[in-house]
Design a protein. Structure first.
Length: 107
């Protein structure tokens, strides 16, 4: 017999997302550290190994930004422009009503 849990709606909670992101960050840090150590052993220089791994990560991040995140950021910017435009229109309407009120009833 299946029991329904009313508190679980199928969406991840904040704690679950936080733990996932933390796990990804720790895993990535360990992977990059191991990669730097391995490259340093191959070429004999830790500084050059750090530069190689850093350049590879920067390149991958740039490619990720231009391929996927850029579109999402553009949409977010468009939504923010809509919010700012609505806010400006509301302020303009409020100023007109205030001016009209002051003309009729005085200060």
């Amino acid at each position: 017999m299946k029991t329904a849990d009313k508190s679980d709606n199928g969406n991840p909670t904040f704690v679950e997302i936080l733990l996932f992101v933390l796990g990804v960050a720790i895993t990535s840090a360990l992977l990059f550290a191991a990669l730097v150590i391995w490259i340093a052993e191959l070429i004999g220089s830790t500084a050059i190994a750090c530069a190689i791994v850093g350049a590879a990560v920067a390149t991958a991040s740039t490619i990720l930004y231009f391929c996927s995140i850029r579109k999402a950021m553009r949409r977010l910017n468009e939504h923010m422009e809509t919010v700012f435009e609505t806010s400006r229109l509301l302020k303009s309407g409020y100023d007109r009503i205030r001016t009209w009120w002051n003309l009729i009833f005085g200060n």
